[in-house]
Design a protein around this ligand. Structure first.
Ligand code: BG6
Length: 473
């Protein structure tokens, strides 16, 4: 650590992606269909019957064929780590087979080869919004306890195959988002408006047990592995100082904090049990489930952070912004992105302090970034994007990460979301771009798929090489 930067020398700088948003090759290499193949519009519209040609994710940014070129670009920026997910349906095309698909596993061997070639530490998400479609249609996704066993088998295959090569693992992406996006997050086929509260919370319980079983499997098969949970972090500020608003904001925050509490402490908190009782929910929880949760807690807590929301007890004051999948009341003091996500760098420092105070576990920011429309221009004969808005967003958030580290918070690393342009999860657009690297592909599917470095590419390279000293405070 130099005197001009709060970031520790081993800070894991990098970028993050998910298989369904980058790979394409949706039916190559023996891959089965996933829920993403019937969600051409993201979460805005009901699922389709089968795959449709308007689904940008079928090709996405063609990472499946261009991974070497892309990882080389990440290395050029100096990435210490690269977060990607393994597509469950590439490894188990249906999800409930007994033997994995070798061709799928071999693809991730090649991705890991490239990471190793460049000295990039992989950070692997086991399940990122891509439940095999067969599990959704046959079992109703995580509502069914059978998924625990299928997931455990899948996780064991991954640890056995890659356990010596991958140190950092995340069990479920944004596990708390199932509350709001049951199909995308929980692979649940029953439409949200017909899903019973009991089934929803049973699905959550099943995922939590599966996460504990994966942690247990990692301890056996990959003892040096570090297992993290991954939650969508979104502070909910009281809209006014009225104690009822403060209580309302605490209640909202707890709907998310519960997931960290369970992963870290290994048991359901009292406020969560009360909320289940109040909703008349009775879950099937076995003694063995309780023991698994208690014995196999996580090594670190990872999270995504894009924005904060406000909360109020007064329904007449509820002005709902566009928001993330979690929705929320708009905060009148904040500006929003073009997609209505309210920009709040200080909120990241607040979350880091809150999580550290609460759990005393190392924290990893595995998603943060600005989705924006970019314009490709030519400067000195080279195509690029002058994305000062993205640089400002990332700079201001990273400054707050530095503040939190100075506050004494243990932060392992930071992977900015969509380090290369990808297909959006919520809207399935390519025009909602997050990357340091522009991908020539449009919402109508046209484009060469060529890659171009944006202005932020050099900016981030400088941030990494200076270990954060180049940030503008
Ligand atoms: C998170 C997801 O919710 O936010 C990612 O883990 C997603 O998969 C990211 O892409 C940004 O959301 P969006 O809808 O802009 O892609």
């Amino acid at each position: 650590m130099t005197s001009s930067t709060p970031f520790p020398a081993d800070f894991l700088w990098g970028g993050a992606t998910a298989a369904n948003q980058i790979e394409g090759a949706y039916n190559e290499g023996g891959k089965g269909l996933s829920i993403q193949d019937v969600m051409p519009q993201g979460i805005a519209t009901p699922r389709t019957e089968g795959p449709t040609d308007d689904n940008l994710k079928q090709v996405a940014i063609d990472f499946y064929h261009r991974y070497a070129e892309d990882i080389a670009l990440f290395a050029e920026m100096g990435f210490k780590t690269f977060r990607f997910s393994i597509a469950w349906s590439r490894v188990f095309p249906l999800g409930d087979e007994s033997e994995p698909n070798e061709e799928g596993l071999a693809f991730y061997d090649r991705v890991l080869d490239e990471c190793e070639k460049h000295g990039i530490e992989p950070l692997v998400t086991i399940s990122h919004y891509e439940t095999p479609l067969h599990l959704t249609e046959t079992y109703d996704g995580w509502v069914n306890r059978d998924l625990i066993g299928f997931y455990e088998r899948y996780a064991r295959v991954l640890f056995a195959r890659y356990g010596t090569r991958v140190k950092y693992w995340l069990t479920f992406n944004e596990i708390n988002s199932v509350l709001h996006a049951p199909l995308m997050s929980g692979g649940i086929n029953t439409p949200k408006d017909q899903l019973s509260t009991t089934d929803l919370y049973q699905a959550i319980h099943n995922e939590l047990v599966a996460s504990a079983l994966a942690t247990k499997a990692a301890r056996e098969l990959a003892p040096q592995a570090q297992i993290g949970c991954m939650v969508l972090a979104m502070p909910a500020y009281p809209l006014t100082p009225d104690p009822d608003d403060v209580m309302a904001s605490l209640t909202t925050e707890r709907t998310n904090l519960a997931f960290g509490d369970i992963h870290v402490r290994g048991e359901y908190p009292g406020y969560y049990l009360r909320s289940l009782r109040d909703q008349g929910v009775e879950l099937v929880i076995t003694d063995e489930d309780r023991a698994l949760l208690k014995e196999h807690t996580v090594d670190f807590v990872s999270f995504s952070y894009y924005m904060s929301v406000a909360e109020t007890a007064d329904d007449s004051k509820r002005i709902i912004g566009e928001g993330n999948i979690m929705g929320g009341v708009s905060n009148p003091t904040l500006q929003a992105s073009e997609w209505g996500w309210q920009i709040d760098p200080v909120g990241l420092r607040i979350v880091l302090n809150q999580f550290w105070d609460r759990w005393q576990k190392p924290l990893f920011i595995v998603e943060n970034g600005l989705g924006a429309r970019d314009q490709l221009v030519e400067v000195d004969g080279r195509k690029t994007v002058i994305d000062d808005y993205r640089i400002d967003y990332l700079n201001d958030h990273l400054v707050q990460v530095g503040e939190a580290i100075t506050d004494g918070v243990d932060v392992m690393g930071y992977t900015s979301w969509g380090c290369i342009d990808i297909v959006s999860a919520s809207t399935a657009q390519l025009s909602k771009r997050y990357g340091f690297i522009y991908v020539d592909r449009n919402d109508d599917g046209t484009g060469t798929l060529d890659r171009y470095k944006k202005k932020s590419f050099d900016w981030y390279a400088e941030v990494i090489s200076s270990n954060g000293a180049s940030l503008t405070r």
